[in-house]
Design a protein around this ligand. Structure first.
Ligand SMILES: Cc1cc2nc3c(=O)[nH]c(=O)nc-3n(C[C@H](O)[C@H](O)[C@H](O)COP(=O)(O)OP(=O)(O)OC[C@H]3O[C@@H](n4cnc5c(N)ncnc54)[C@H](O)[C@@H]3O)c2cc1C
Length: 390
């Protein structure tokens, strides 16, 4: 369920192993191919997509970055990823491009991806599962399946089908949001700049050498109407200060996203398995959401293939425990980055931030912790070998 990165990659990996699947997606193909969201791929995610045979365009058009920068206390701190991690980098490649590549791969292989098909309810999660879905004309159809993968994102229905008696939801809401713009303007720097500033956090990122993707921290209750383009550009430059100069350009897309952390346990019930944002949400500060979705479905694909090839159920039974290992690691990193870089309006918390930021400047070990997490040493890089070479 869901034609985001999780659902599409799972369907693709299953197809490569000869297992048939149907993808139901409530939105149109054009909508999901244009939805602007994440854009940083861990080294492991890049390698997984390549091994799965869907990374050719990413290799040509993605921007390989060897580090990121933190701007705080009036100067820049550079994290040299290859030096700190034994050679790993990140790739900047828009999530919508990953989605386009996966849809093309599924359709070229004759895959069954049903757009504008909204799943509305599930029945018999312990037997042959029935999935009811609504067509654009309002009529309902039903699919019968051995398994359902709930890859329907943070607003989907699958999470709600875990019975109340087993579902535990752990969450944290932050008192701020990210106002993001995608603009036709060259990025402020060739690498990402994360800014800790007394006016609030800012992130200077990009989707290509001509497209900037920038964010500022705003209060959770603020609205887009309060932020005309001119005010956003002014605020971005104030927070970037002298670290770099921004170039202003037409704003193509503007969004407001509240920040939260959420983990659902267990990630399975009967023959329903949750993957990606359906099971967990991270604040975007650590750039982990898309990468976690990829980790989950690699674990799930292997468990399903073991079941179909050898009748082994151990992988399916262990699914939640395996995933929670990388999920909590990424939850911690995303929470840590969020606490470290945002304006918190609490003198004690700000003292903690200063101490941690200065430790990053002084200590290579502290910088290595960040670099390992950012490039996926503890998440996607652990699963590259799980994907059969395509
Ligand atoms: C608004 C927003 C902005 C984000 N920005 C960033 C960012 O800047 N950086 C970053 O690192 N991460 C970002 N993320 C996180 C990242 O994009 C997600 O972690 C990633 O999309 C997870 O992939 P997924 O496949 O699990 O879920 P999704 O990509 O959300 O895909 C789920 C799919 O399921 C479909 N669906 C939902 N309900 C149903 C239903 N009932 N029936 C059928 N289909 C259904 C949805 O339409 C959707 O296509 C953002 C997320 C959001 C929501």
């Amino acid at each position: 369920m869901g034609a985001g990165p999780a659902g599409l990659l799972l369907s693709h990996l299953l197809h490569q192993a000869g297992v048939r699947s149907v993808v139901l997606e409530t939105r149109s193909r054009a909508y999901v191919e244009q939805r602007v969201r994440a854009g940083v791929l861990e080294d492991g995610t890049r390698q997984i997509l390549l091994r799965a045979g869907v990374g050719e365009r990413m290799e040509r058009q993605g921007l390989v970055h060897e580090g990121v920068n933190f701007a705080f206390e009036g100067s820049l701190l550079h994290f040299d990823f290859p030096a700190l991690t034994g050679g790993h980098t990140i790739t900047v490649y828009g999530q919508q491009e990953v989605v386009k590549d996966l849809i093309r791969a599924r359709l070229d292989a004759g895959g069954d991806v049903r757009f504008e098909a909204e799943a509305v309810r599930l029945e018999d999660l312990d037997g042959v599962v029935r999935v009811y879905y609504r067509n654009p004309d309002g009529s309902e159809d039903c699919l019968e399946a051995d398994f359902v993968a709930g890859c329907d994102g943070s607003q989907g229905i699958c999470r709600g089908w875990l019975p109340d008696s087993v579902r535990r939801v752990h969450q944290r809401a932050y008192p701020f949001a990210w106002l993001g713009i995608l603009a036709e303007a060259p990025p402020a720097s060739h690498e990402l700049i994360y800014v800790n500033h007394h006016r609030g956090f800012a992130l200077f990122s990009m989707r290509s050498p001509h497209l900037s993707r920038n964010y500022i921290q705003v209060r959770a209750e603020e609205t887009l109407e309060e932020w005309p383009d001119e005010r956003i550009w002014e605020e971005l430059q104030r927070r970037l200060d002298r670290a770099a100069q921004i170039t202003v350009g037409p704003v193509r897309e503007k969004s407001l996203a509240p920040l939260r952390s959420l983990v659902v346990e267990p990630m399975q019930h009967g023959r329903l398995f949750l993957a990606g944002d359906a099971a967990h949400v991270v604040p975007p500060t650590g750039a982990k959401g898309l990468n976690l979705a990829v980790c989950d479905v690699v674990v799930l694909a292997r468990a399903l293939v073991d079941y179909y090839r050898r009748g082994e159920e151990a992988g399916l039974r262990a699914y939640t425990d395996r995933c929670l290992e990388h999920v909590w690691q990424a939850e911690h990193f995303s929470w840590w980055m969020t606490q470290l870089l945002h304006r918190l309006d609490d003198p004690f918390e700000e003292g903690m931030q200063r101490a941690q930021l200065r430790a990053l400047r002084r200590s290579e070990a502290a910088r290595r912790y960040l670099a390992e997490n950012y490039t996926g040493v503890h998440t996607s890089l652990r699963y590259v070998d799980w994907v059969p070479a395509g």
